[in-house]
Every structure is written in C-alpha cells, then in structure tokens.
Design a protein around this ligand. Structure first.
Ligand code: CAA
Ligand code: NAP
Length: 248
C-alpha cells in the first residue's frame, strides 16, 4: 500500500478558505484527511460538498483556543482513525483595531485562537510523533507576522509568535524525524481578507507587486510540499508566499 494512504493529516479551521484548499490538496495527495470545525451544520454541508467534488475528508469538532477541547478532538481522531502524522495549524481569526482602541478581549481572542492553538494541538500530538519517529507540523502564520500591519498588534504578535514556536520545536524534534515549519501567506482571497473594507483592501492590493490576491490553491501546494517525504530536510523554516509584497 502507498505509505501516504496510512498517514493521517489534521487540518484545523478546515471549513475556511485556506483550510478547504489544504484539505482538498492533501486528500488529492493520498492522505487520510481530518478537518477540524466548530460549527456542525456548516461542517456537514462542507463535507458533503467536498464529497460531491470527489474529496473524502473526515470531520471532527474542536475549539482550537481551548486545550481540553483539542485534547478531546485528538483523542477522537486517534480512536476513530489512528495517530496524527501531519498537523496543519491553520485556524485563525482577526480582530483588527489600532491598539489605542483595542479591547483586552480582542487581544486575548486573537492570541488564544492564533497562538495558544498551536501549543494546544502540537503539545497533544508531539509524543505520538516522537514515538513513531515521524511527523510534520505546519503552522500557517502571515506576512503581517513578519512585517507588522496597522490595526493588527494582536494578530501580528500571534503570527510572529507562531514562528518563534516553530523554530524552537524544530530544534527539539529534528532528531526524531519530525519537521516543523511556518508558512507566511500574504493576502489570499478568502473571507478573512474580504472582511477588510473595500477601499483599504484595494489599497493593499495595489501594494502587491503581482497586483492580485493569492489563491488558496497556491498556499495549499506549499503545505503539500512541506508535508511530503521529500521535504524531510526542511525544518524550522518560514516560507513566504506573498506575491512579492514583503521581500527581505
Ligand atoms: N497607515 C497609517 N495610517 C493609517 C493606516 C495605515 N495603514 N490605516 C488607517 N490609518 C489612519 C486613518 O487614516 C485614520 O487617520 P485619521 O485619524 O487622521 O483619520 C487613523 O489611522 C485611524 O484610523 P481609523 O479610525 O479608520 O481606525 P479604525 O478603528 O477604523 O481601524 C482598521 C482601522 C480596521 C484597522 C483599518 O485600518 C484596517 O482594516 N486596516 C487593514 C488591516 C489589515 O490589513 N487586516 C488584514 C486582515 S486579513 C489578514 O489578516 C490575513 C493576513 O494574514 C494577511
Ligand atoms: P477563514 O476563511 O476565515 O477561515 C478561518 C477558519 O478558522 C474557519 O474555518 C474558522 O471556523 C476557523 N476557526 C476560527 N476560530 C476557531 C477556533 N477557535 N477553533 C476552531 N476553528 C476556528 O480564513 P482563512 O483566510 O482561510 O485563514 C486561515 C488561516 O490562514 C488563518 O490562520 C489566517 O490567519 C491565515 N492567513 C490567512 C491569510 C489570508 O490572506 N486569507 C493570510 C495569511 C494567513 P468558523 O468557520 O467556525 O469560524
């Protein structure tokens, strides 16, 4: 049997724009894909739609901001399908506001969903990956974690924090066949970007050398590459995918 058929990939925030493309791509690659969701009605409809398109994806409930909920989610996956080989920490939110107007709640929600989530999931799969001497952890950060953005002190801090986490964990588990990497997308055409006021969004797009938003498939392709066996020597890296918006 193709080795990949046995590998299980958990994608958090699966029903969102990037999550959907990542799930489809990994399913196409032959992984057993499990998509995490919060809203059962939305997730069931999403799963049905994917199935009609020919993609088989399992779904499992979990709030990535909550450690116990992640533990329950991971236990369910392990009992129903088997151990998690590939973890894509993709779930995320924005609560954009300049710091002087930001509420503590907006700060905490973004840190909990975008950064605590990485700990909540990675911490509960890492021992299994260590035991099996194989693992892929792929953290979806952002160009705005690399360069900052007006109105995003919370989001930029969380996304920069993700990469600090990536670098340290990569060192800890490199000898165990586990790679840990960050992807930092620029502005990609999903609901998250469409929520930015049109005039501001157009201004942002005009600052992207390629003159367009990124496609979700373009990011999914990079996830697929980092998940592959061939990417075995890549760890602790941060891959920019931003149409030239931030070069450094
Ligand atoms: N640089 C400098 N000044 C800016 C500015 C900028 N980029 N944006 C706004 N300002 C100015 C405004 O012109 C305004 O000036 P005046 O007071 O002189 O009029 C002042 O700052 C305050 O602005 P607002 O009162 O409009 O602030 P607000 O409370 O309405 O919040 C905002 C504004 C919602 C943060 C808005 O600026 C915004 O949406 N910015 C874009 C944020 C962004 O890029 N989010 C990305 C979301 S998608 C994502 O996050 C995915 C990813 O990873 C890429
Ligand atoms: P999206 O379409 O809004 O999807 C976000 C997903 O995260 C949704 O499925 C959402 O579930 C889920 N989610 C939010 N909070 C959650 C929680 N507590 N527990 C479980 N799931 C939760 O956004 P996207 O653009 O695909 O973003 C995906 C990731 O890419 C995010 O981490 C984002 O920061 C990052 N990113 C996006 C861009 C971009 O330009 N789009 C650029 C760089 C990085 P619900 O549907 O239930 O809300």
């Amino acid at each position: 049997m193709d080795k990949k058929n046995k590998r299980i990939a958990l994608v958090t925030g699966a029903t969102g724009g990037l999550g959907t493309a990542i799930c489809k791509r990994l399913a196409q690659d032959g992984y057993h894909v499990v998509g995490n969701y919060r809203n059962i009605e939305k997730a069931q409809k999403w799963q049905e739609d994917l199935s009609k398109e020919g993609f088989k994806v399992e779904i499992v409930e979990g709030d990535v901001a909550n450690y116990e909920s992640c533990g329950q989610m991971i236990k369910t996956i392990e009992e129903k399908f088997g151990p998690i080989d590939i973890l894509v920490n993709n779930a995320g939110i924005t609560r954009d506001r300049p710091l002087h107007k930001m509420t503590p709640q907006e700060w905490h929600e973004v840190i909990a969903t975008n950064l605590d989530s990485v700990f909540n999931c990675a911490h509960q799969v890492i021992n299994g990956m260590r035991d099996r001497n194989f693992g892929r952890i792929i953290n979806i950060s952002s160009v705005n974690g690399q360069r900052g953005q007006f109105g995003q002190t919370n989001y930029s801090a969380a996304k920069a924090g993700m990469h600090g986490f990536t670098k340290s964990l990569a060192m800890e588990v490199a000898s165990k066949g586990i790679t840990v990497n960050t992807i930092s997308p620029g502005y990609i055409a999903t609901d998250m970007v469409m929520a930015v006021a049109e005039n501001i969004r157009n201004q942002i797009i005009s600052g992207i050398p390629m003159g367009r938003l990124g496609g979700t498939d373009e990011v999914a392709y990079l996830v697929s590459f980092l998940a592959s066996d061939e990417a075995n020597f890549i760890t602790g890296a941060n891959y920019a995918i931003n149409g030239g918006q931030h070069v450094y």
